[in-house]
Design a protein around this ligand. Structure first.
Ligand code: OOG
Ligand code: MG
Length: 253
């Protein structure tokens, strides 16, 4: 299979909610190849009229790296069809084996086409919000190499964002929790994300510029999970809470 065929098979697996075998077990490919496959697979979504809405980072916390056995930061593309409204219902039959993660989202108020430093953030970011990311690896048993997961658009499959809040000066030392109904499934400090969640913006600006991915006013960024991801169960209310920022929820069916 060439890159374009692999991209189509990944897109098809997502579209049909049917797992496929790990690519790295069948072909040798580099990280650069993997990002090219990701780009091609997103082209399939654009051809179905989906729109790019932002970026996500993955493996920005040690907890996530350890859970998945992958130790490099990765980035992926988010489209409008992945965006659930706060309080929406997530239908499990549209996914293979979805997992939920507590995250923080950021909103761009200015086009970004170069790496920015921490002190430039207020110029580019207008708001932050609590978020839940739904990841759904297209690979059987959620098993993948670094290259596999990059090609698979970093398992991106859904997300919900709570009410936007003006960006505070600091986002460190805030408790972040993921709840199923009233039960806390995972909880950690926001420092789990790169020691400082604001650094996710600097990293995303660098990666978007490196890969020529436009990252524009109104686009969003998901900073990466603070805790391990939790398998979604049906009939629950899943909530992410970020201390001082608020919460957001989805129902599962
Ligand atoms: C890859 C996506 C990781 C995060 O927040 O770290 C991610 C995966 O674990 O399937 O979204
Ligand atoms: Mg995530």
């Amino acid at each position: 299979m060439n890159k374009s065929e692999i991209a189509k098979s990944l897109d098809n697996a997502a579209f049909k909610a049917k797992a496929i075998n790990q690519i790295s077990n069948q072909f040798d490919f580099t990280e650069e190849d993997a990002y090219e496959i990701q780009r091609l697979s997103i082209e399939e979504r654009y051809a179905r009229d989906e729109k790019f809405v932002g970026l996500k980072l993955g493996f920005t916390s040690y907890a996530k790296m350890e859970q998945m056995g992958v130790h490099d930061m990765i980035w992926g593309r988010l489209t409008n069809s992945m965006w659930l409204k706060n309080g929406d219902t997530l239908f499990m039959d549209q996914f293979i084996h979805p997992r939920a993660e507590p995250e923080i989202a950021f909103l761009l108020k200015k086009d970004l086409n170069r790496e920015i430093s921490l002190d430039e953030i207020p110029e580019y970011i207008s708001a932050c919000a609590p978020a839940i990311e739904i990841i759904d690896s297209r690979f059987a048993n959620f098993k993948f190499s670094l290259e596999d997961v990059i090609a698979d658009n970093c398992s991106s499959s859904g997300f919900v964002i709570g009410a936007w809040q003006p960006l505070p000066e600091s986002l460190t030392n805030r408790s972040m929790a993921l709840l199923f109904d009233k039960e806390i499934k995972e909880e950690d400090s926001s420092n789990a994300i790169l020691d400082n969640p604001l650094l996710s913006i600097c990293n995303a600006s660098r990666l978007a510029a490196k890969y020529n991915q436009p990252f524009l006013t109104g686009n969003i960024l998901l900073a990466g999970a603070a805790t391990p991801a939790v398998f979604v169960e049906s009939g629950k209310k899943i909530t992410a809470k970020v201390e001082g920022i608020g919460s957001c929820s989805i129902l599962t069916k």
